[in-house]
Design a binder for this molecule. Sequence first.
Ligand code: ZN
Length: 570
Amino acid sequence: MEIKSRDLAGRIGKLKIGKKKVETPLILPVINPKKQEITPKEMEKEFGVEGVITNAYIIWKDESLREQAQKKGIHELLDFDGLVMTDSGAFQLMQYGKVKVTNTEIVEFQRDIEVDIGVILDIPGIGDFEKMRENLDTTIKRAEEVKDMIKSSKVLWAGPVQGGVFKELRKESARKMLELGFNYFAVGSVVPLLNEYRFKETFDCLVWTREVIPTDKPVHFFGAGHPMMFAFGVALGADVFDSAAYALFAEKGKYLTVDGTRDISQMKELPCSCPICSNHSVEELRKNKSLLARHNLYVTMEEMKRVKESIRQGTLWELLEKRARAHPRLYQAFLGFQNYLDYLEEKDPISKKRFFYLSKESELRPEVYRHKKRLQQKTITKKFVDLAPFERVPIEVKDMYPFGQREVPWEEDAKPRDVSDWDIVNGIIGYLYGYYDILPEDAVIERSKNTGRIRNVLVNKKLWLVLRASDYIPILHGIAWEMAKRGGWKVIVPDGASDHVKDGKSTFAKFVIDADEKIRPGLEVLIVNESGELLATGTAKMSGKEMVSAREGVAVDTRRLKPEYAPDKI
Ligand SMILES: [Zn+2]
């Protein structure tokens, strides 16, 4: 899959399955093949649903449904052209302890009815280490059993990631599924954890999986269908969700909201403006489960749209701070994000539109962690300003993201500080790249007549770099040749890809042989070939580590080098 936009470890991606393309993060409502409260077609038209999930085992078990599915295929059976994923009966196995179908049978069946995404019959569950070890071994054995069939079929097969709440088992499971050639990964056995409000452990299971799976491969957070979970799941790297909750909760008279579940029998108002709540009374929803399910589905779809929009705006952390207040256990799990800081920091873009300080938890943001790590390395300044929640910030970088885009809920001392333009440019390059000795003393620094902010930096009358007006992130021009002579900040591509990159065409992850591990999304970097020739500069779309492991998508948005900016002596 290809990543289009990102925030924290969350991503908006384009996932291609055969001829179908869907945008992630994606929510697949669960369809009961026997009883459709809302038909898939209606879901598509009225709710904007792009894909659904149904149960292959329930279809297989029912003779008439099985025959119809085998004859017409799953899409015609459901009367739906969108994405159809099927579950294999593993959930039934978890609930009832046994199923009547074998792994091979259900895999073949899913293949024959032409599902878009299928799942092997794994062994889910939560239990002690020995039991989880045993279940995992069986799951791996079953994946091996159908390995060849999986490789030769058109279906995108989900490799289940199991292992209970044990880190080493979850990681082993993910690694094994990756080795076996799966291209889609489903974090399993989440439902029993969620039912007990064990949110923190649920998130751990997702992060452990995501740490193993390359960034260009989708991860499905199986069973995390309550809209309350979406912002967290997405922020930690989940791409696909399924929701049985909208229907199951309606069955029990439960009204879903983004900050928890309400009992419809206890409600006097409908605090929602969806078409159902706008046109019906509490009384009607209480009596009519189908109306309640529809409201639940509206809320579910709406929250996923909100999460996606937050990624595009770079405000996903702000949404987490709000959502964490839904339940003390969820708040506890959010505080647990401090255990994921290395993981989040590697993936979080280096610049966003704003940095709002909204609660004590703003101090846990990856930007703060990144800054504190940065301060442990060399800085040249003697002057610092105290900018909460970052504490000591070198005065030269105070206009750069995140410091200059920061809004705090208190008055701050706004008096101007004495710092020269040269010090600012030198400080920014030093802070971001570690080079405090690269800016020539005779560099000419121009301020924009419109904004009054530093804009162009010239050396020997040639454009050396431009500070972007919005966030003071440097765009590399002449400086690129100087930087290339030193180590670091390089993305290395094969000599054969040189012309493509020199032309300014995207540097795809599949080209990348190696990349500096310090590279973060959003940073301006150098692209060189194996022979060491500087080809271009550009904006990293992935971290250095990610671009080495990923095969799909753009690693760097390439910017063509202008020879007229090259220093005289290279
Ligand atoms: Zn509603």
